[in-house]
Design a protein around this ligand. Structure first.
Ligand SMILES: [Zn+2]
Ligand SMILES: [Zn+2]
Length: 290
């Protein structure tokens, strides 16, 4: 809740006129408690889990020949009932694990100093914090994910996420409730180490889950802007992790590929890619000869 009764009062406290985003934030947040504002993060997540996988689902269900060229596992078809079952399970876990986790983490949020006040952070501050959060998330998630692939972790918890060997958008948050709690830690660690404004926290949560949905989409589009991000994981990379399952010990990274490279957990994937390239080249040679 903001300590101003009017926009004018806020402007005089800041010593300048409010920018348009600040006016919007004032109108949005002025009469809401910090707990209520934070709970909106849960609503945004619910929208992301529901809406972001839809374009991928429509592409999959359309069975378009053109789009199939960009599918990673072309032989696997995911039906509407498969997707709907997955979505229902995700929503159950969402209600019984994610929502309580969000509410229970509110005191920690206050303690670490997530602010809701004016002025809003600059674009530069938001971008630099998001980069830091992605790096922290990626490194911590890599080790926790790798740990979940030990015998006990996989059989008791992580096997649920691996039920789909050809992932699709709705399957990104499909996991055991304990995994939601464990892998929620890397997402929360960045804002804990580098506290931000609530707006940045909203953007961070949405971007992180959009990224997870894209890497689980099963489609690798060459025009995806994320391809411009150095060392970005992408759909094909994470798809391989699901394709080989527990045995692989390969491609654990969630956002960037460098941890797998440094710790040697992408060897299987690189051999797989080299073998595919050889087959592709041989196929093209045969076509040219004939
Ligand atoms: Zn895994
Ligand atoms: Zn996955």
């Amino acid at each position: 809740m903001l300590p101003y009764q009017t926009l004018e009062e806020a402007a005089s406290a800041l010593g300048r006129n409010l920018t348009l985003p600040e006016k919007l934030w004032y109108n949005y947040s002025a009469n809401k408690s910090d707990l209520l504002l934070y709970s909106h993060n849960t609503i945004f997540l619910c929208f992301v889990f529901t809406l972001a996988p839809l374009p991928y689902a429509l592409i999959e269900l359309s069975q378009s020949d053109y789009m199939t060229k960009f599918k990673v596992q072309t032989k696997i078809k995911t039906s509407f009932s498969d997707m709907f079952k997955c979505y229902k399970d995700v929503m159950k876990t969402f209600i019984f694990a994610v929502v309580p986790l969000q509410i229970l983490s509110f005191p920690t949020l206050k303690w670490i100093g997530i602010r809701t006040s004016l002025p809003l952070p600059s674009m530069w501050e938001i971008l630099s914090q998001l980069v830091v959060y992605f790096l922290i998330e990626d490194y911590t998630n890599y080790w926790l994910h790798r740990l979940l692939h030990c015998k006990w972790g996989y059989e008791k918890i992580h096997h649920v996420h691996h039920e789909y060997s050809a992932p699709f958008g709705f399957a990104a948050p499909y996991a055991h409730w304990a995994e939601i709690l464990i892998l929620g830690f890397p997402t929360f660690l960045g804002p804990t180490m580098v506290p931000c404004h609530m707006v940045t926290l909203f953007i961070w949560t949405i971007l992180r889950h959009l990224e997870a949905i894209q890497t689980h989409s099963g489609y690798e589009f060459p025009w995806n802007p994320s391809n411009l991000v150095p060392f970005y994981v992408g759909a094909e990379y994470h798809d391989y992790h699901h394709f080989v399952g527990r045995q692989s010990q390969s491609n654990f990274a969630s956002v960037f590929t460098y941890c797998d490279y440094i710790y040697g957990t992408d060897r299987g994937y690189r051999h797989h890619k080299q073998a595919l390239n050889k087959v592709h080249i041989a196929h093209n040679v045969i076509l040219v000869i004939t």
